[in-house]
Design a protein around this ligand. Structure first.
Ligand SMILES: C[S@@+](CC[C@H](N)C(=O)[O-])C[C@H]1O[C@@H](n2cnc3c(N)ncnc32)[C@H](O)[C@@H]1O
Length: 291
């Protein structure tokens, strides 16, 4: 769904649908974003021969219609994404953060998790960076796990197919030509890059992804519309999945401050957060104690 805001009254049906979205995903549709419901659900109403949102809600309440409720949740999620979104962040990750992590991993194993990856642009942007720097990563075992609650978004990500508009957003023409091939009016990412990313459907509120200590977690532009309580819950999970000293990247307008003590704002790598217990934190303590 896209943003732009005509005003509308919050009907009972809208409240039920917003409640469904929140209980399943943690995403809150506040009063000033509620207008999105009608626009986003129009195709579902049409496909199911339903006249309005009230009819949709009666149908949802009348029995277990898991597929219909999944479709509704998928349609209400905001899947906005683009390649190399916030380019400076990707440049910092590639030029500063990853070389730093590389220097701390003698086992040459690197695990990255894109949590809330939407249609795949974020994870593929990382994969493209790794492929472009293949020489630096020779001999490394790199895994990129990318998860999203939206089955529709994950299916699109897995296909590796992007529209002309998608590839025009953030992708340099040289990267487009080197990493994609035209398929009809669309572009398909090359098979090596597609295979570098393991896409899975997963809910951040109850993740079933394989545990493990991730070196870098990207959870960008996902928690913006979560309540503070839900955000805290997700940060607890992200902390469990991060290795001590691992890094977390959030979206430009997001922060961990006041929401978790498990991650500390990194002094070295702008916009990133370091999982407590790593060497950075130990060094920081040592400096403070020496003062
Ligand atoms: C705005 S997109 C951001 C995509 C990407 N991280 C980026 O910054 O370009 C937010 C994504 O979070 C996903 N999401 C929302 N709630 C989620 C949850 N509880 N578990 C997993 N993914 C969720 C949505 O489906 C959506 O694809």
């Amino acid at each position: 769904m896209s943003d732009a805001a005509p005003c509308t009254t919050f009907t009972g049906a809208m409240r039920v649908l917003a409640g469904l979205l929140e209980s399943r995903t943690g995403q809150i549709l506040s009063e000033n974003r509620i207008w999105r419901i009608e626009t986003a659900l129009k195709p579902i109403l049409r496909a199911n021969g339903l006249t309005d949102l009230e009819a949709l809600v009666s149908r949802l309440l009348s029995g277990i219609e898991r597929q219909l409720s999944d479709d509704v949740v998928n349609a209400l999620l905001n899947n906005e994404s683009s390649f190399f979104r916030d380019l400076q962040t990707f440049e910092m990750i590639s030029r500063e953060l990853l070389p730093h992590i590389q220097a701390t991993r003698p086992d040459k194993v690197l695990r990255v998790w894109c949590a809330g990856c939407s249609t795949g642009q974020e994870a593929y942007s990382l994969a493209i960076q790794f492929q472009k720097n293949a020489e630096l990563w020779r001999g490394w075992r790199i895994s990129i796990l990318a998860t999203d609650i939206s089955t529709a978004a994950i299916a699109r990500a897995q296909s590796g197919i992007f529209s002309q508009i998608d590839v025009q957003r953030g992708l340099a023409i040289t990267d487009l030509l080197a990493c994609f091939e035209p398929v009809g009016d669309d572009w398909k990412i090359n098979e090596d890059l597609r295979r570098m990313v393991d896409f899975r459907t997963d809910n951040l509120l109850e993740p079933k992804v394989p545990g493990g200590h991730y070196d870098l977690i990207l959870c960008r532009n996902v928690l913006l519309y979560f309540s503070l309580e839900m955000r805290r819950k997700v940060f607890d999970r992200l902390a469990q999945y991060s290795r001590p000293g691992g890094y977390l990247m959030l979206g430009a307008g997001e922060t961990v401050i006041g929401q978790t003590d498990d991650f500390l704002s990194s002094r070295e790598f702008r916009g990133s957060y370091e999982r407590r217990g790593g060497l950075g934190e130990v060094a920081e303590h040592t400096i403070r104690r020496a003062r």
